[in-house]
Design a protein. Structure first.
Length: 160
């Protein structure tokens, strides 16, 4: 008897699959070398998307800021740096998928940056597409080496 082939989930299905998250756990000994002691919240994908959706035109947010919001919300010391980044990437791809289907009210993923105001080249369309979107919204984007940075990003951060 053959096993049924697994159906591949689309991006919005991946975003909706909470996998039993969020959960707060003790920071492991290995992780504590970089992040200190205490607790870490492993967020649900939709929580990351929800924060990204709240960033208005003209403002930006970084993954680290999202992690702070999640940690506060769950009473944890830190937000997980790995899953928060992965879930932001899933939210970005789910938004691009919805956009391709003609939806206009999507998560503005291009407003979510890496630390230091760096554009995330792994988001849909790559760094160039996000640079274009950010510039249309009034941001000045500069090139620093191979990376694109939102100029004066600290003053454009969403206050959370």
């Amino acid at each position: 008897m053959k096993a049924k082939p697994k159906l591949k989930l689309n991006w919005r299905e991946k975003l909706a699959d909470d996998k039993g998250l969020p959960k707060v756990e003790r920071i492991t000994e290995k992780m504590s070398q970089k992040w200190g002691t205490g607790t870490v919240v492993i967020p649900a994908p939709r929580e990351v998307d929800e924060i990204m959706r709240k960033v208005p035109r003209g403002k930006i947010i970084t993954i680290n800021e999202i992690r702070k919001v999640l940690a506060q919300k769950h009473g944890a010391t830190i937000g997980c740096p790995i899953t928060t980044g992965i879930f932001a990437w899933i939210a970005a791809n789910a938004a691009a998928e919805a956009s391709r289907e003609g939806r206009t009210k999507i998560t503005p993923y291009w407003r979510t940056l890496k630390s230091g105001g760096e554009i995330n080249e792994k988001y849909p369309g790559g760094a160039e597409a996000q640079k274009e979107r950010l510039e249309k919204e009034g941001h000045k984007v500069i090139r620093r080496g191979k990376k694109y940075i939102v100029f004066d990003f600290a003053n454009r951060l969403l206050k959370v």
